[in-house]
Design a binder for this molecule. Structure first.
Ligand code: MSP
Length: 517
C-alpha cells in the first residue's frame, strides 16, 4: 500500500487558533482525505509549538505557569480541529517526553558530527517570529519584516550550528529537484536568499533569558532554540529516531523499516519558508537524515493589505461563519477561493458568492435529482443502461486528479463543481418532467435518472475531502454507506437503491443574518 506522510506547522501555543491556522490545517485535511480516498496509508500530523520566549511571556502575562497555559491552548486547538472536522492522525506537543528525547538525540547527533560551536551573538531578535533578522531585513525603522513589530538588540553567548557548511549542498538539491519547493515563486525566493553567503544558525538561548525550553545535552545553561525544537517534531512523529538506544543505533542515517521519515509533504505559510526550506534541510543534513520530499508554501489570508492574525487584531474567528452556514461551507470557501500559493482576500461578499455555488449548483442538482427519483420512480434508482454523462465524469476525474497532483486544490474543486454544473445542464436538456408525461419514454427517463444518480455518487467522492459531512449526508440519501473511493467508481452500481429526498443540503441563508453574525 502506498503511504503518505504530511504535516502542518505546529502552531504557537501563545494564543488561540484563528482563520490563518485553520486554513493550513484544512488544506492538510483535504489532502489527507484525498490520499485516503486513494486507499493510501496516511499519517497526517499537526500540533502545538510550546517552548520559547513568546510562550514564556504569554504565560507570565497571564500569571500562570507555561505548562498549564500550553495545556489550555493545545486543548483549544484540538477543539477547533474537532469542530472543523479535521481528521489528523497525530497531534504532537513539543512538551511531550517523547519529543524532548528526540530533540536531545537530534542535538547530540549534530554535536557528535562536529557541526556545533560556541560563540558570541550580536543581533536583532523578533520575539513574535522567534528569530534573528539582519540589519537589512529590519530596515531603518528596526521592525521585523513579517509583523512590523520592534525587534530587540541582543548580545549573548550562543551555541551555533555550522549551517554555512551546507549551503552548496542545499542549492544543488533545490536546483536538481525543481519541484521540491512549490510554488515556483517560493522556490525562487529561497534561491534568491541563498545567492548571498549563508551565516551559521544560533541554536541555543541562555537559560538566564529563556528558561522555557529543552536544555542542551552538553550545556544545561542553554535551552534549544525554539525553531530547532519545533522543526524536529516532524521527525519525532515519524518514529524514525529511537533515543533510548546507543547513539549509533538511534536511526540517524537511512530510513528505517516502519519509519514514516522522510515526510512526503510539509505544508506551511510563506511567513515560515526560510525556517522550513533553509534551516530545516541543513539541520537534517547535519544530523544525517534524508530531506522531506516536498515543501508547499501557501499565501496569506489578508484583509485589505494586511495579513490576518491575532497580533493584528483583525482575526475572524474561523468558527464564526459556521453558525449560519455550517462547517463544510467554510471549508469549501477556504479551499475553493484561495489559489494555492497566492494570497487571498477575505470578504463576506466572496464568501456569499462561493456559498451560492453550493446552493445553486451542487445543492440544486441533488435536490432536483432526488425529488424526481421520488416522484417518478417511487424513490428507487433505476438500472443504468448507458451513461449520458460518462465522458463528462471522466474528464472531471482526470482534471481533478491532475490538479491535485500539482496541489492546485482550488482547480480540483472547480473541476468537481463543473461536473455538477454539466449535470444540471443535462437535466435542462433532457427535461425529465416532459418524459414523465409523455408515453413510451420510460426507458429514457430511467436512463436520465440513473445517470444523475450515478453522477451524484461520483460527486460525493470528489467533494468528500473538502466537505466530508455533506458528502456523507448525500451518499446516505443515495442509499450508500459512505462516499465511494476512487477505485470503486468504475463498478459503482446504484440500481435498486432507495433514496431519501430530505431538506436542501445547502439551505439559503439571508444575507442580513450572515452579516450580523
Ligand atoms: N510555531 C511556528 C511554526 C513551527 S513549525 C515547525 C509558527 N506558528 S504560527 O502559529 O505562527 O503559525 C504560522 C502558520 O499559520 C503559517 O505558516 C500559516 O500556515 C498559518 N497562518 C497564520 N496566519 C495566516 C494567514 N493570515 N493566512 C494563511 N495562513 C496563515 O509559525
Amino acid at each position: 500500500m502506498d503511504s503518505f506522510y504530511l504535516t502542518t506547522p505546529i502552531y504557537y501555543a501563545s494564543g488561540p487558533p484563528h482563520l490563518g491556522h485553520a486554513y493550513t490545517t484544512i488544506l492538510g485535511d483535504v489532502l489527507a482525505r484525498y490520499h485516503r480516498r486513494r486507499s493510501e496509508d496516511v499519517l497526517f500530523l499537526t500540533g502545538t509549538d510550546e517552548h520559547g520566549q513568546k510562550i514564556q511571556a504569554a504565560a507570565a502575562e497571564a500569571e500562570t505557569d507555561p505548562k498549564r497555559w500550553c495545556d489550555d491552548i493545545s486543548d483549544r486547538f484540538k477543539a477547533a480541529w474537532r469542530d472543523l472536522n479535521v481528521s489528523y492522525d497525530r497531534f504532537i506537543r513539543t512538551t511531550e517526553d517523547e519529543h524532548k528525547a528526540v530533540v536531545w538525540a537530534f542535538l547530540e547527533a549534530l554535536y557528535e558530527n562536529g557541526h556545533v560551536y560556541e560563540s558570541e551573538y550580536v543581533g536583532w531578535y523578533s520575539v513574535g517570529q522567534e528569530r534573528y533578522f539582519t540589519e537589512k531585513e529590519i530596515g531603518p525603522d528596526r521592525v521585523d519584516p513579517v509583523a512590523g513589530k520592534p525587534v530587540e538588540r541582543i548580545q549573548e553567548t550562543n551555541w551555533f550550528f555550522r549551517m554555512s557548511a551546507f549551503q552548496e549542498r542545499l542549492v544543488r538539491h533545490i536546483e536538481e529537484n525543481p519541484d521540491w519547493i512549490i510554488p515556483q515563486s517560493r522556490k525562487n525566493e529561497v534561491l534568491g536568499f541563498l545567492s548571498q553567503p549563508l551565516g551559521d544558525l544560533s541554536i541555543s538561548r541562555p537559560t538566564s533569558r529563556v528558561s522555557w525550553g529543552i536544555p542542551l545535552p552538553w550545556d544545561p545553561e542553554h535551552v534549544a532554540y525554539v525553531w530547532v525544537d519545533a522543526l524536529t517534531n516532524y521527525v519525532t512523529a515519524s518514529g524514525q529516531i529511537t533515543p533510548d538506544l546507543p547513539p549509533d543505533e538511534r536511526g540517524f542515517g537511512a530510513t528505517r523499516p516502519g519509519s514514516r521519515w522522510p515526510a512526503d509533504l510539509h505544508l506551511l505559510g510563506k511567513d515560515i519558508l526560510t525556517t522550513h526550506a533553509v534551516y530545516w534541510p541543513t539541520l537534517l543534513m547535519g544530523a544525517g537524515l534524508p530531506l522531506p520530499r516536498k515543501i508547499l508554501a501557501h499565501g496569506w489570508w489578508v484583509v485589505g493589505e494586511t495579513k490576518m492574525s491575532k497580533s493584528l487584531d483583525n482575526v475572524v474567528d474561523p468558527l464564526y461563519l459556521r453558525g449560519d452556514f455550517g462547517t463544510d461551507a467554510v471549508r469549501w470557501y477556504l479551499i475553493r477561493e484561495m489559489s494555492t500559493g497566492q494570497d487571498a482576500s477575505y470578504t463576506p461578499e466572496r464568501f456569499f458568492a462561493r456559498y451560492g455555488e453550493l446552493t445553486n449548483i451542487l445543492g440544486n442538482l441533488a435536490h432536483r435529482t432526488l425529488s424526481m427519483i421520488v416522484r417518478y420512480r417511487d424513490g428507487v434508482i433505476p438500472r443504468l443502461e448507458g451513461d449520458g454523462l460518462a465522458p463528462q465524469a471522466e474528464a472531471a476525474l482526470s482534471a481533478y486528479h491532475g490538479s491535485m497532483a500539482e496541489y492546485r486544490l482550488h482547480d480540483a474543486m472547480a473541476a468537481a463543481m463543473d461536473l455538477a454544473r454539466e449535470a444540471n445542464g443535462y437535466v435542462e436538456e433532457r427535461e425529465p418532467w416532459a418524459m414523465a408525461k409523455a408515453p413510451g419514454k420510460e426507458a429514457e427517463l430511467d436512463e436520465t435518472l440513473a445517470t444523475l444518480g450515478r453522477t451524484l455518487a461520483i460527486l460525493t467522492c470528489l467533494f468528500e475531502p473538502v466537505m466530508p459531512a455533506k458528502a456523507r449526508e448525500l451518499a446516505a440519501r443515495l442509499g450508500l454507506e459512505e462516499p465511494p473511493r476512487f477505485e470503486d467508481l468504475e463498478a459503482l452500481a446504484l440500481d435498486g437503491h432507495s433514496v431519501v429526498h430530505g431538506e436542501p443540503l445547502f439551505p439559503r441563508v439571508e444575507i442580513e443574518d450572515a452579516t450580523d453574525a
